[in-house]
Write a protein that binds this ligand. Structure first.
Ligand code: HEM
Length: 407
């Protein structure tokens, strides 16, 4: 998209924003003003622009050009060979894309090796919790984030949710991998490819009649504000739950976990001035950016249904009622209602009673006899789920879309 049309869209969006301020907008538009200060970011400073009106100036025009030139299939074919962080980019990529990617794959100057190593140790120790939380918490929550639900629903991947979940699981797997940001790891590749996919979606979705009709006045999807909303549904949500569940975490592990996600945010194209520097900064931003936007949409409810069926299909011994109940326990009743999770009178009380005891036992805080026998069925099912969920993502290729979901 050239500068002029982007500016025009911005102006159109600005006008709609003004309407919203006058109270003519739907509730989904009524977002709190962005007051989070860049002094709390990894950059420590910044222009303080509302990220609602910032997208990805570097990636977006390049991907729009690749799509317009009809090069997506060829680029996807070439990018299949690019899987390791230390690998050169494949020969034959269009020069504008190659130049952008060479830049985009650089680690930020503030990346800290020992914090990344602490993150890897953290996942080794706490992987069952983070895996269950990404899969049954963050994944479900995404359907209650209206803009994400609509973008996913109307994009190409919305038509094949199973494939999409496998691709998203790949990110969960790669980010927790011991080698994530090591030369032989794959997280730089995954993050940069995701950045390309998002830039393509920004070009494509405005051409989708379904998305345009359902939108809440946004003219280009996946703003930097939207990115931060989804980011908080991942690490911030996970850390909140680990604290709720009283999982013992050292400050080194907690900082490491934050750091691996800060680096990931940077590599996905989020500007440093919006990436929170500390958990306090992250929590303050999430309170403003994530919590108030959760809402139910028809697209989100449909996606929840598909997601639950797919999780049940994984056949990890998790029945759909148990999944409903664990997801509800994890997300809380408000979000559970928003995404349309059934209430489970048998499983819910069992999980609420058993899970804290299971955590306490796993963490060596209470002896075995205090754990009710039924709890092990839940633990075993979740452990299998996490293994299967994460293995879904292995060997999958992220592909740049060249079209929207067929109408
Ligand atoms: C694609 C992760 C934010 C909408 C993807 C993919 C990943 C991913 C791994 C590639 C898998 C695929 O192609 O299906 C993330 C992460 C985010 C984030 C980690 C933030 C931290 C968002 C936001 C939106 C969004 C905020 C919308 C508001 C989409 C869409 C696709 C996509 C529409 C393409 C689906 C397709 O057509 O294939 N994302 N995403 N994402 N994402 Fe995101």
């Amino acid at each position: 998209m050239d500068g002029l049309s982007r500016r025009r869209m911005l102006m159109a969006g600005g006008a709609l924003g003004a309407l919203g301020a006058l109270g003519a907008a739907s509730p989904a538009q009524a977002r709190p003003a962005w007051t989070w200060a860049p002094s709390g970011s990894v950059a420590g400073k910044g222009a303080g622009l509302d990220p609602e009106w910032v997208w990805d100036d570097e990636a977006d025009p390049v991907l729009a050009a690749v799509i317009e030139r009809g090069e997506v299939a060829e680029v996807n074919k070439l990018l299949r060979q690019w899987t390791r962080n230390d690998q050169s980019l494949p020969a034959g990529l269009p020069p504008d894309l190659r130049d952008f990617m060479e830049q985009a794959r650089q680690m930020p100057a503030w990346a800290n090796k020992s914090k990344l190593a602490a993150a890897a140790r953290f996942t080794t120790k706490k992987g069952i919790y983070t895996g269950a939380l990404y899969g049954l918490g963050s994944g479900m929550m995404s359907t209650a984030i209206p803009r994400e639900a609509r973008a996913v629903y109307y994009s190409k991947g919305g038509a094949d949710m199973k494939d999409r979940i496998a691709k998203t699981a790949q990110l969960g797997y790669d980010v927790g991998d011991l080698d994530a940001y090591q030369p032989r790891g794959g997280m730089i590749v995954t993050a940069v490819k995701t950045r390309l996919v998002h830039a393509a979606v920004r070009h494509l979705l405005p051409q989708s009649p379904g998305w345009t009709r359902s939108g809440d006045g946004q003219t280009i999807p996946i703003s930097q504000a939207d990115m931060m909303v989804t980011w908080h549904s991942l690490p911030t949500f996970v850390m909140r739950k680990l604290i709720d569940w009283r999982v013992p975490i050292t400050s080194t592990e907690s900082e490491g976990f934050l750091h691996v996600w800060q680096v990931t945010a940077h590599l996905m194209g989020i500007r440093d001035e919006y990436i929170p520097a500390t958990w306090d900064d992250a929590n303050a931003q999430a309170k403003q950016a994530l919590d108030p936007v959760l809402a139910s949409t028809p697209e989100g409810e449909e996606l929840t249904d598909v997601l639950l069926d797919i999780v049940a299909e994984l056949d990890a011994g998790l029945t759909r009622p148990l999944i409903n109940a664990f997801a509800r326990y994890t997300l809380g009743d408000r979000t559970g209602d928003l995404v349309g999770l059934d209430k489970e009178p048998f499983w819910q009380p069992l999980i609420s009673a058993a899970w804290p005891l299971l955590v306490a036992f796993r963490e060596g805080l209470i002896p075995l006899p205090l754990v009710p026998a039924g709890a092990w069925a839940v633990e075993e099912a979740l452990r299998k789920f996490v293994l299967l969920f994460l293995s879904e993502g292995r060997g999958i290729h992220l592909e740049i879309p060249d079209a929207n979901r067929p109408a």
